[in-house]
Design a protein around this ligand. Sequence first.
Ligand SMILES: C[S@@+](CC[C@H](N)C(=O)[O-])C[C@H]1O[C@@H](n2cnc3c(N)ncnc32)[C@H](O)[C@@H]1O
Length: 381
Amino acid sequence: MPTVQLTTTKTNQKQSKSIGNSSNVIKKTNKNVSQFTNFQFKQCKSISNPHSIHGIYPYRGKISAIDAQQTIKQFTKGATLLDPFCGSGTIVYEGMNNGLNTIGVDLNPIAIYLAKGKINVPRDVNEAICEAKLIIEKSKLLKNINPIDLAAAKHFESNTIKEIARVATFFENMTSYTKACFLGTIALTARGCNHYKWTSSTVGKDINPKRYINFYDKFIQKIKKHHFPVSKPNAQVIFGDARKLTKFIKPETVDFVFTSPPYFNCLDYTAYYAKIIYKILGYDRLTIKKSLIQTFKDYKTDMKKVLEELYKVCKKDAKIIFVVGDKKIHGKIINGGEFFNSISPFKNVQFIERSYSNSSSQIFDAINKTNRKEQIVIWKK
Ligand SMILES: C[S@@+](CC[C@H](N)C(=O)[O-])C[C@H]1O[C@@H](n2cnc3c(N)ncnc32)[C@H](O)[C@@H]1O
């Protein structure tokens, strides 16, 4: 992992400080901008690791596990780590795998299924395989299957979607890891039925004729492929609102917060594969979408609430790390570090800025002729 283009801040004075390079300057802060941690945030040469548990499902906005690991490894073992926007549970799993007591929170049901799956991996893979095989056998015997919404069914070959519908009948009774693998297999077979031609930005594109994919085989293969149990799991995943953390997390109990928050209206976490899955499982996607921090208009108010709640649940001296970035709106670049700094109740802040690399952000930048940066904001309570 080579280190490249790291920009860190090293000033201690209050009021009207400028930080960063000349093209990307943070001004007029009344916070204490200092370098109070020696955390390293190296830029990873490669962020792809499909042979890990995180390949279970292509969750939108998933943080790189390799990148997350290098940060988490610097946290004190046994400490409590909170990810208030845990998504598919990358940080929760990596925290737990590095001896931390981790808590993940999200308000998107798919995220919760995936994150719970990652923290409840059975020690013996045969447990999950036997469970899935039994479900498959029982599902084949079903006389009646619930019809699948046409908007979802159209993405699959007709026999593949029938197999999915059969197995879906047993979804509620599956154990957590099997549930996560089931959702991941739906995403995989949707792509497969469309000749594996969907890319991250063309999910849902109709490619005909659809190809038959044996859902049962893929389900078992997924269970085997992503089976990475953790020796001493110590984690919990909560379906809850990050704007109301004190409803379910005790005050002054958290040592580290590490998260990649939803970013303005950049990504819809209920779209793409999630849209297909919500139709199959019979969820009202739009209600879920509305419940999330998702609109540009309310973003500032919402994130201010989250930061105030984080302040309450954090212990004194806790470190709070947000991985954010530049956002281009109406031709103007909003600096994520500057934005978050202006709304946070934390008095001590440190910024680290780096270029995006090896990710879709880099491709978008090339297309849009932008050169956005990623900022890592660290606060100390
Ligand atoms: C950038 S994603 C996190 C991805 C995650 N790091 C991963 O690796 O999968 C942001 C997450 O914030 C969640 N979210 C949005 N509004 C929320 C809220 N009010 N409370 C909790 N989670 C919320 C979204 O559902 C989404 O999963």
